[in-house]
Design a protein around this ligand. Structure first.
Ligand code: ATR
Length: 285
């Protein structure tokens, strides 16, 4: 891609950043739309993060994505933070405003719900209880998304129960309809599936190189949707087991693709689409 002097610039800030698929993802869209712009991997150490994000507007950047380990720092440092990012407790997208100030957003909840809507047309979290495994950063975005989509009951299970209790306390400080979160013991995960309409794995279990996620799906209704945040491998053991008993499944790659849409639109001025071609291109890494 040949750039002009007017090229629009964005990137992803992480440490390390070499594993990030975002440059490939945004690069695909830039090329597809013939945009005079670039999206760069920016390896930034935690101690340099503040200086780097303050420099972004001064260097003419339109903004950036923020990934591990900077998402909480981005929340603390952004000049304006949208209410959803504050509720989730993390910023994954920075947008430089016309006055040079930094706006912090979180697009992970959007990415989660949009992925389910694309993979399972007509999906609504209002359909019934959801079981969420895990209480890390990803779980916060997933729970917020389910609350906002009208989920009547969220059953939250995490190996360290305190972390699940903390998530519940943080996300229930905002009073909203359908925000009822019940924390259950990690060992009760098979029983928690009774009557559920949705099962989400937000833990790292089942990822290549990580231990397997052990769970019996026997109590899960066969029409419940099963989804995994893990996308390496694309078809996790959880998704495979769900599929073999007839449950609809949605893999985790789409969440990564959909969460990227609002940032791309804000920086480059085009609303991009998540297509099968994009899935193959980003998924084949
Ligand atoms: P992310 O931001 O991707 O959510 P994270 O904050 O490190 O990453 O969270 C990882 C999640 O996987 C947590 O819910 C973690 O459980 P703990 O809070 O108890 O650590 C879960 N996890 C990781 N390894 C696990 C294991 N061996 N057994 C059960 N849960 C595990």
């Amino acid at each position: 891609m040949i750039l002009t002097g007017k090229a629009k610039l964005a990137g992803v800030l992480g440490w390390p950043v070499g594993h990030s698929r975002s440059p490939r993802l945004h690069g695909f869209w830039l090329q597809q739309h013939g945009i005079d712009g670039a999206y760069l991997p920016l390896a930034v150490k935690p101690e340099d993060f503040e200086a780097v994000i303050r420099a972004l507007p001064r260097m003419g950047f339109r903004g950036a994505n923020v990934t591990v380990p900077h998402k909480e720092a981005a929340l603390a440092l952004a000049d304006h933070v949208d209410p959803l990012a504050r509720r989730i407790g993390a910023v994954n997208t920075l947008v430089v405003r016309d006055d040079g100030s930094l706006e912090g957003r979180n697009t992970d909840a959007f990415g989660f719900i949009e992925n389910l809507r694309q993979g399972c047309p007509g999906f609504s979290a209002a359909r019934g209880p959801a079981v969420v495994l895990g209480a890390g950063g990803a779980a916060r975005a997933v729970v917020a998304a389910l609350q906002d989509d009208g989920c009547p009951e969220i059953r939250l299970l995490n190996r360290s129960r305190e972390r699940a209790e903390a998530l519940k306390a943080d996300l229930e400080t905002v009073v909203m309809p359908g925000g009822n979160i019940t924390v259950l013991p990690w060992d009760s995960r098979a029983a928690a599936l009774n009557d559920a309409a949705l099962l989400v794995n937000t833990t790292s279990l089942g990822m290549t190189g990580q231990p397997p996620l052990e769970i019996s799906l026997a109590a899960l209704p066969t029409d419940a949707l099963v989804t995994d945040i893990v996308y390496a491998p694309l078809l996790t053991d959880l998704l495979r087991a769900a599929q073999s008993r007839g449950n609809p499944i949605v893999d985790g790659l789409g969440m990564l693709l959909h969460q990227a849409r609002p940032g791309f639109e804000a920086w480059f001025g085009v609303s991009p689409k998540v297509t099968d071609e994009l899935r193959t291109f980003v998924g084949e890494l």
